[in-house]
Design a protein around this ligand. Structure first.
Ligand code: ZN
Length: 401
């Protein structure tokens, strides 16, 4: 079996053969034991064993050093863990951010090979983004002596809703010059590979599910608190996109219909009160200098009462929005992400309390296992670009041309 066949196996959406199923599972999950593959695929253990033997003989699958967490510390010999051969293929993930472009190159065993960030001027064009991404990818492949022949696909995370049917960016409030752009038309000719696209919060949720705080969870909500508010809904292991890509846009729920005008064109959106932007402005007014959210968090940790108050007020407003989400979805898990999560319990504790006040089902009404749990996200700086790699590994959010 060669690299071309690996590509076709990953692209095989019918999951017809056991070989296809095993390769797809390893691509989605990274390292697995034979027993885990049998359980997750539903294939007979003998079928998995024969398939793995063939795949190992042909070099597509290799043993890894990673131990099966279920077996470490327990009795018996640790299970052999297997992954796709890192030499068998690479994936590119790219984030089209507000003022930066991030690129990650990873291999099919889920190892990150290279990571680069380029700071951009605001409102950069799709053509500029294409030039930067092509240069960053070329640099990464050259520096690590990789062959682009092994590139399986390119995942693109973008700050705005993406229509899952045609890959077009919707009325883009964050990157206005990109509205209506077909991302596949921009990047397809550059790479001659499948292009996978989703919005940055959906990608962040995918990263948390594959490698982060939501590993092992198939149903959760991601709630991102930064200088904006973002979100994603994951159900049955799939990130919901909605019919036009607008699912999980929590920051633009109308909280006050007579409130201030939002950048999206509606009034009184949650983002206007629950992102850290207005609180950062208050802190800057008080200290009479430019500050980052991290500066405010540091001062709050050092005991500054005013900075603590700003974080609590942000959590209170965010909990109001989350309470509505809780009433609608009643999720078992909320992954709180974005830079404000660095405040830890300074943010999470008042957020939980505010959620509890604003949602329908109260903690006292239900046993502990039926309560919504809040956990901080694992990735802060690179969750979306990691998720873009995940789009390729899972062959997800791909609108064929
Ligand atoms: Zn809005």
């Amino acid at each position: 079996m060669n690299k071309i066949e690996l590509k076709s196996l990953l692209a095989d959406r019918t999951l017809g053969t056991p070989t296809g199923q095993v390769v797809r599972l390893l691509s989605e999950r990274g390292a697995l034991s034979a027993a885990q593959i049998a359980r997750l695929s539903g294939l007979a253990k003998s079928t998995v064993s024969t398939t793995l033997s063939d795949l190992r003989r042909s070099g597509v699958v290799v043993e890894t050093a990673e131990a099966d967490p279920a077996r470490t510390g327990g009795a018996g010999r640790p299970a052999t863990m297997l992954s796709l051969n890192p030499d068998a293929g690479t994936c590119v993930g790219a984030l089209i951010g507000l003022r930066e472009i991030q690129v990650i190159v990873a291999d099919v065993s889920h190892a990150i090979i290279a990571s680069h960030t380029e700071v951009m001027d605001e409102d950069y064009s799709p053509a500029e983004a294409a030039d930067v991404i092509r240069a960053l990818v070329r640099r990464a492949y050259r520096e690590h002596a990789l062959s682009t022949a092994g590139l399986l696909g390119v995942g693109v995370a973008i700050a705005g809703p993406v229509n899952p049917r045609d890959g077009r960016i919707q009325r883009a409030s964050v990157v206005p010059t990109w509205a209506g752009t077909d991302v596949r038309e921009v990047f397809g000719p550059l790479f001659q590979r499948p292009i996978f696209i989703d919005n940055e919060s959906n990608c962040a949720a995918l990263a948390e599910m594959m490698w982060g705080a939501a590993q092992g969870h198939e149903d959760f909500v991601l709630f991102k608190i930064d200088l904006g508010v973002g979100g994603a809904i994951v159900h049955g292991g799939r990130v919901l996109t909605g019919v036009a890509g607008g699912s999980g846009e929590f920051g633009h729920m109308t909280i006050d219909p007579t409130g201030p005008l939002c950048r999206c064109g509606n009034r009184g959106c949650l983002e206007l009160t629950a992102s850290f932007k207005p609180f950062l402005r208050l802190a800057q007014n008080r200290f009479r200098r430019a500050l980052t959210p991290e500066d405010v968090i540091d001062m709050a940790r050092d005991g500054d009462v005013g900075c603590r108050r700003l974080i609590i007020d942000c959590a209170e407003a965010a909990g109001h929005g989350l309470g509505i989400i809780g009433t609608i979805i009643n999720p078992p898990l909320v992954v709180v992400s974005g830079r404000m999560v660095r405040a830890g319990d300074l943010l999470l504790e008042p957020l939980r309390q505010s959620f509890e006040r604003h949602t329908l089902v109260k903690n006292d009404d239900v046993p502990p296992e039926s309560r919504t749990r809040f956990v901080p996200g694992r990735f802060v700086e690179n969750d979306s670009v990691l998720g873009a790699v995940g789009l390729v590994l899972r062959h997800q959010a791909y609108a064929p041309v």
